[in-house]
Design a protein around this ligand. Sequence first.
Ligand SMILES: N[C@@H](CCC(=O)N[C@@H](CS)C(=O)NCC(=O)O)C(=O)O
Length: 81
Amino acid sequence: MSSYALYYYDQCPFCQLVLRGLEKISAPVELKNTLTTPVNRQELMQGGGRTTVPCLRISQPDGQVHWMYESSDIARYLQAL
Ligand SMILES: N[C@@H](CCC(=O)N[C@@H](CS)C(=O)NCC(=O)O)C(=O)O
C-alpha cells in the first residue's frame, strides 16, 4: 500500500481546498506544514524540487516516490483512493 504526505500551510487557499477534501477520505495522509516546521520545507525542496504548496508525496511500496504539485490534481487523486 502506498503512503501519503501532504505539504501545506494554513494561509494557502489551494491547500485549504485539498485539506477540505481530506475530510472525506479514509486513507491516512501525513500533514507536513512547511511554514511552522522548516525541515518540512527543506524536505519538499530536496525531494520535489520546489517549495510550492500544496504538494502530495506518494511513496509506493516498491520505493518509488512521486511529488504531485497541482491542487486540482491532488484533490482528484485523493477522491479516487
Ligand atoms: N497552481 C497551484 C498554485 C499553488 C500556489 O500558488 N501556491 C503558493 C501558496 S498559495 C505557493 O506555494 N507559493 C510559494 C512558492 O511557490 O514557493 C495549485 O493550484 O496547486
